[in-house]
Design a binder for this molecule. Structure first.
Ligand SMILES: C[S@@+](CC[C@H](N)C(=O)[O-])C[C@H]1O[C@@H](n2cnc3c(N)ncnc32)[C@H](O)[C@@H]1O
Length: 173
């Protein structure tokens, strides 16, 4: 088993090496599409699975990376869209390159993210680290941190608008 799990790797944009052999890349989608600027965008995980119910035994990884969708679906307009399950549809859906790249949150986002946290900590070894990334566009990070009983160790704000939080948790030994 690889030591690091990325629970929702998307396009692996923050990796130095998108083929890093230490990381097991997981995402619910597997897609290849063309963005409006002509660039190809691909989500090609090693494992296609749902972070709310992951197919690994307890305590499998020494680090888990969790960068879930942070944009709310209801802001979407009608357009052709590859949805979070990889289906091209004409129904009301999030639009724009950001939503294609990052996925979207739905009405049940609290339930989804709290199950996601719980699964990330389940598959993490005692003393292991969870690296959580959150972009504070639609939902405050304080609201999201209420969805796990685990206590963060430290965090850092980054990004052009200083709204991207990087937060490190450690699972109790
Ligand atoms: C913010 S993006 C991740 C971006 C990624 N960290 C990067 O560097 O490119 C969120 C990803 O979560 C995925 N996702 C959404 N719901 C999921 C779920 N229930 N299980 C696993 N992945 C999910 C989306 O498909 C999307 O690729």
């Amino acid at each position: 088993m690889k030591p690091i799990l990325d629970a929702c790797c998307g396009g692996k944009m923050f990796y130095f090496d998108k083929q890093d052999g230490r990381v097991l890349f997981q995402d619910i989608r597997k897609i290849k599409t063309t963005l409006c600027d002509g660039r190809t965008f691909e989500v090609n995980p090693d494992v296609q699975a749902d972070f709310t119910s992951m197919p690994y035994p307890d305590a499998s990884f020494s680090m888990v990376v969790f960068d879930p969708p942070h944009l709310i679906y209801s802001r979407g307009k009608k357009s052709k869209f590859v949805d979070m399950y990889g289906t091209l549809s004409d129904k009301t859906a999030p639009t724009g390159w950001q939503k294609i790249k990052y996925g979207a949150l739905y009405k049940d986002w609290r339930d989804m993210l709290s199950k996601g946290f719980s699964e990330c900590f389940r598959v993490l070894q005692p003393g292991g680290f969870l690296i959580f990334k959150w972009n504070e566009c639609d939902i405050k990070v304080s609201e999201v941190l209420k969805l796990t009983p685990q206590k963060p160790v430290f965090g850092h704000l980054s990004g052009k608008r200083s709204n991207t939080h990087w937060i490190c948790f450690m699972k109790d030994r």
